[in-house]
Design a protein around this ligand. Sequence first.
Ligand code: AGP
Length: 609
Amino acid sequence: MCGIVGYIGEEQAAPVLLEGLKRLEYRGYDSAGVAVYTGSGVQVVKSKGRLSVLEGILHEGEDLPGRVGIGHTRWATHGAPSDVNSHPQVSDGGLFAVVHNGIIENYLELKNHLKRRGVAFASDTDTEVVAQLLEYYYQGDVLDAIRQAIQRVEGSYALGVICAHCPEKVFAVRKDSPLIVGLGQGENFIASDVTAVLSHTRTICRLNDQEIAVLEQDGVRFYDRDLEPIEKTPEQVEWDVAAAEKSGYEHFMLKEIFEQPEALRKTISPRIRDGRVSLDGISLTREQIEGLSRVYIVACGTSYHVGAVAKYAFEKLLRLPIETDVASEFRYRDPVMDERSLVIIISQSGETADTLAALREAKRQGARTLAIVNVVGSTIANEADDVLYTWAGPEIAVASTKAYSTQLAVVYLIALYMAQELEALPPQELKASLKALEALPDQAEQCLSHKETIQYFASQYFNAKDIYFIGRNVDYAASLEASLKLKEISYIHSEAYTAGELKHGPISLIEEGTLVVAICTCRRLFDKMMSNIREVKARGAVVLGITTEDLRERLAQETDCQFCVPATLDFMLPSMSILPLQLFAYYAAGMKGCDIDKPRNLAKSVTVE
Ligand code: AGP
């Protein structure tokens, strides 16, 4: 995934572009670059490495005079991170400069086609093909060149384009990758997401697939793929810039961990009214719910781990068969779906390529689709039949925390809504479940108040070579997420295992001093977990136990240290047990000196397959 920006207005463009790119660096940080229309044509400055390298070259933008420009921060997909593969990419004759987020899937075919016609290529990127195509089709009308180029390219793109022959315009077009237009006073912007423009304007338009925007200083015009003018309704962004800043925390991740109680409140409370679940924007009728034969839950990474919890919640409450899949596997296993299938798609960014592809496959097979998404207006949100937003606010840290918690809350709401519609729960049980759900934000707050205890645990174990997480039922689902959090930001090798499976192989990994984190909050399986803890202790493991207060005494007899979380309904327990383990991962990574918000090799949203 990459971040793109564009500017046209009264200010010098380069500093505005650099400021916007700073807000987008979480989308990718292999290289960065800007192109500005200076008095003598389009000038491009770009370099491998973080944005700070580019800022140093540009002296904060002073060395690139001009009021019109585009910029890019890259997460490499085609072509290794290098100066020449950095964006903006420029056409052979220097007419067009292009920044791109996405993947041109037929770029090699197009590249060979153009090379046979004498076009010289400089980079290994797919993006350069777009710049070359634009020049190839250009006959004096940039819009028409764009129209022809997007007819040829296949794949995903959010494009910012400037042309040496059109010094007073910035062009933008997208398909499958997000792109917004910021509308200012005497200035206009394009960006991959709103955080890049919030310090200038809160008025934005979201481009839909293959819509084209033409920005001039005093206004923006929109066209469809056939160059028919279209009207778009601006929206006001409520987020403060501060909401996208760190608000005093050292890292976005820590800020977002502690935002969870508030994010849970925002996600839960508007959807419980007079003792009933009221889901905004969901058109799933009682008849459709009654007619469901199977529910699929499909996602990637942390969002997939939400699906692992959802499986327990849905099967317990609805007695419906639930299948959970990682999105990158889902459509390649030829799933059997029809109009009686409900496919729940979970994605924080709403732009994950594998998850989007799974959504499209589900729709192709006639299944009903419901998306749980955090980014309003994202591609997955727009394409699903129904969408329920997690109102977690911008999640900037690559490691997802508040999105996970709010996605869980939405999953519980959906399960309880369907149980309510099917009258599958006695009224008292439904009431108790909603009460438990409404209590989660305060319980999360209480749980997070013990952060020093976790910080101490992390100080004891941050040098571990391997850390294993074990659990049963919902505790196993939580251990999947706990293990991913730890490994993705601290780089400590970690695995999650169903505790009952240890004796079938993984226990051979346990040796003197190996740290095992046993999540034992599920009361009815507690005794089984005690046996599993004894098994690993007998092989020399050090065991950190996570349980609820009422089980602490018994757990203390079998473990080296314990952390207690508030008790709640079984299927909601991961909302509690994950909290100390998010902090454990955070503190361990910090003590190891890792780049917590931007872990190596990762990006916030993986918009490539
Ligand atoms: C989670 O910490 C990771 N950043 C990653 O696994 C992420 O959850 C996954 O890429 C899915 O992203 P999405 O929710 O935006 O679709």
